[in-house]
Design a protein around this ligand. Structure first.
Ligand code: COA
Ligand code: AMP
Length: 634
């Protein structure tokens, strides 16, 4: 009889060596590990599979060709915005990756060198990532919606030898030239890469800088295929930057061995897919979901993955997801609740579902933000399949909590992301690191060591890694989410404990936006907060206090601060509303009461905080927020 979920979870914590050692045996290693788990081998309390050697790209592609899956579809590129559907078999994808790896190697890129990938959702993005993995080079993918200033910060931090980009991205009906953004980023950055390799797309031809920029197709055509390079299991595979509480993003680092083992394991055990099944994560390669579940997880497990260059609505309509599921025989899909809300808003009755045969579709997984029960129920009723919320973070690389369908299907509790997944020991604790009673809200922490696949450090910032994640709750990883664990062990994620907000399931820092606002010459003080939004979950709004003596038109200043956030962080910040106020509510010790402003904007009843220095200011806030449309009717 198969073990129950509880038995497996228990074993993963009591005997992590046995548990993950068995999972690792499914991969091909060029040298076996000496220890599955080297405790205390790093500040995070673990080094997984130390002494072992393998190559992630070999396990994602070559292994499947060798084992007879060469003709199976590995990646289907479905792009309604260009009218393209292109299938790469495992053999074709391996050959394309080997060739591009050869092109990178010909430019001197090898083990440990960094390559920044700034690409739209085209197969070449995945090919570039896998080519880096093939060489043991470290990729750092930067999401296309970030502005040049953000790209520049990442270039300076990762110091890449090469940057791989494209002439443009296509966002719904908009064509966004990427190359000018890259050129501007390189002007701003202190670090200079040796070369930039640019994919010319039909919609826009980018001008190339002689001596620095190369044409993707030319270099790939001239390259000799490169074989996989053996690396240490503990070598870095990639850096992925995520929002921190300052303008300096955090470079989450993931290793080769633990990552490959964990992701391959999750495909069968969390998502319940077998090699050969079609799996679709409707995300972007620039986010962690794209790394784990568009590229690495499905390929490591021999699944067909879908790379979708389109939106849930408008490309061409709110039936787009259902068309993709039917056309490619998707068994399991992963998306964010915001995408379902967008569909629900345009097609509340699910009329656009009717023409499609979804008989092969088994499960919908959701993550990225808290899922409201309305959306969960709507999807469940319309689709007639289990809709499973699961909780994870860029740092963790895979789900911390999930209803693991491949192990045992547990009941769904609306509002909960499920119980802690195997490998994760999650607790809600108080400020003194004591576990709170079941059902009581606390800071959510995970006991060290973190399982394989979780981040191992922050790139070039070990101290920041320890300070941010490990110092406050000794022996535990601080998730910076708050919530509670119920009597059955189900975890309910309620809110972030820092300044991170989730805008359309994109992670952003209000602190970083405040830093941008504060650079405006007329702004003396400001606050940015995430307020409730029917579609995007949350959106940022800003309040600014002007320097004394500033007599300029307030509307103009507001437009300027909005433009600054777009220029410096990017359109993805969705920072579209701000107001000028005379003062901000503060405690007597001078701390801005951001939570109070947010509750007023959300239309909640606000008790006057005991520490406020002047209660009358709350009425002023309500008036200012009313001017910019808050609270919004939901
Ligand atoms: N490159 C350049 N610009 C981008 C971009 C990219 N890759 N992605 C988004 N943008 C731009 C958009 O064009 C938009 O610009 P605008 O202000 O000029 O209109 C802005 O960033 C905001 O984009 P977005 O938040 O995506 O809003 P939207 O209204 O275009 O779409 C949704 C709303 C809900 C349909 C969309 O956000 C969505 O599909 N979200 C799901 C996210 C997801 O899957 N996340 C992964 C976690 S699982
Ligand atoms: P990211 O690093 O972009 O994946 O964002 C991680 C954050 O998104 C988490 O810390 C949570 O705040 C939020 N999040 C992700 N998944 C969920 C979920 N299923 N329920 C509630 N919040 C979630």
């Amino acid at each position: 009889m198969s073990p129950t979920f509880d038995e497996l979870h228990r074993r993963s914590l009591d005997d992590p060596e046995g548990f993950w050692g068995e999972a690792a045996a499914r991969l091909e290693w060029s040298r076996p590990w000496t220890t599955v788990l080297e405790r205390g081998g790093s500040p995070a309390g673990a080094r997984w599979f130390a002494g072992g050697r393998l190559n992630t790209c070999h396990n994602a592609l070559d292994v499947h060709v060798a084992r007879g899956r060469g003709d199976q579809a590995a990646l289907i590129y479905d792009s309604p915005v260009t009218g393209t559907i292109e299938t790469f078999t495992f053999r074709e994808l391996r050959d394309a990756v080997a060739r591009f790896a050869g092109a990178l190697a010909a430019r001197g890129i090898g083990r440990g060198d960094r390559v920044v990938v700034y690409m739209p959702m085209v197969p070449e993005a995945a090919i570039a990532m896998l080519a880096c993995a093939r060489l043991g080079a470290v990729h750092s993918v930067v999401f296309g919606g970030f502005a040049p200033a953000e790209l520049a910060v990442r270039i300076d931090d990762a110091r890449p030898k090469a940057i791989v980009s494209a002439s443009c991205g296509i966002e719904g009906r908009k064509v966004i030239p990427y190359k000018p953004l890259l050129d501007e980023a390189l002007e701003r950055a202190r670090h200079e890469p040796d070369c930039c390799i640019i994919l010319q797309r039909e919609a826009v031809a980018a001008s190339l800088v002689a001596g620095r920029d190369l044409d993707w197709r030319e270099v790939a055509a001239a390259a000799a295929p490169h074989d996989c390079v053996e690396v240490e299991a503990t070598d870095p595979l990639y850096i992925l930057y995520t929002s921190g509480t300052t303008g300096q993003p955090k470079g989450v680092v993931r290793d080769h061995g633990g990552h490959a083992v964990a992701l391959a394991w999750t495909m069968r055990n969390i998502y319940g897919v077998e090699p050969g099944d079609v799996y679709w994560a409707a995300s972007d390669v620039g986010w962690v979901v794209g790394h784990s579940y568009i590229v690495y997880g499905p390929l490591l497990n021999g699944n067909t993955t879908i790379l979708y260059e389109g939106k849930p609505v408008g490309t061409p309509d709110a039936g787009a997801f259902w068309r993709v599921i039917e056309q490619h025989g998707v068994k399991v899909m992963f998306t964010a609740p915001t995408a379902l809300r967008a569909i629900k808003r345009e097609d509340p009755d699910g009329a656009l579902l009717a023409p499609y045969d979804l008989s092969r579709f088994a499960t919908l997984f959701l993550a990225g933000e808290r899922c409201d029960t309305d959306t969960l129920d709507w999807a469940g009723q319309r689709l007639g399949v289990p809709v499973i919320d699961h909780w994870w973070q860029t740092e963790t690389g895979w789900a911390i909590c999930a209803n693991c369908l491949g192990i045992e299907r547990l009941p769904v509790k609306p509002g909960s992301a499920g119980p802690a997944a195997p490998g994760w020991d999650v607790r809600a604790v108080d400020a003194a690191n004591r576990e709170v009673a079941r059902g009581e809200t606390g800071a959510l922490v995970a006991r060290l060591p973190l399982p394989p696949g979780a981040f191992t450090t922050l790139w070039g910032a070990e101290e920041r890694f320890v300070d941010t994640y490990l110092r406050e709750f000794p022996g535990y990883y601080k998730t910076a989410d708050a919530g509670h664990v119920d009597e059955d062990g189900y975890v309910f994620i309620m809110a972030r404990t820092d300044d991170i907000i989730n805008v359309a399931a994109h992670r952003l820092s209000t602190g970083e936006m405040e830093e941008v606002l504060a650079t405006h010459p007329d702004v003396a003080e400001c606050a940015v907060l995430g307020v409730r939004d029917e579609l995007k979950g949350q959106v940022p709004i800003g309040l600014v206090v002007l320097k004394s003596g500033v007599e300029r038109d307030e509307g103009e200043i507001v437009s300027e601060v909005i433009a600054r956030v777009r220029e410096q962080i990017g359109p993805i910040a969705c920072f579209r509303a701000a107001a000028v106020v005379d003062r901000l509510p503060k405690t007597r010790s001078g701390k801005i009461l951001r939570g109070t402003i947010q509750r007023i904007a959300d239309g909640e009843k606000v008790a006057v905080p005991a520490t406020i220095d002047d209660p009358a200011i709350l009425d002023e806030m309500a008036v200012a927020l009313g001017v910019i449309g808050y609270p919004r009717p939901l």
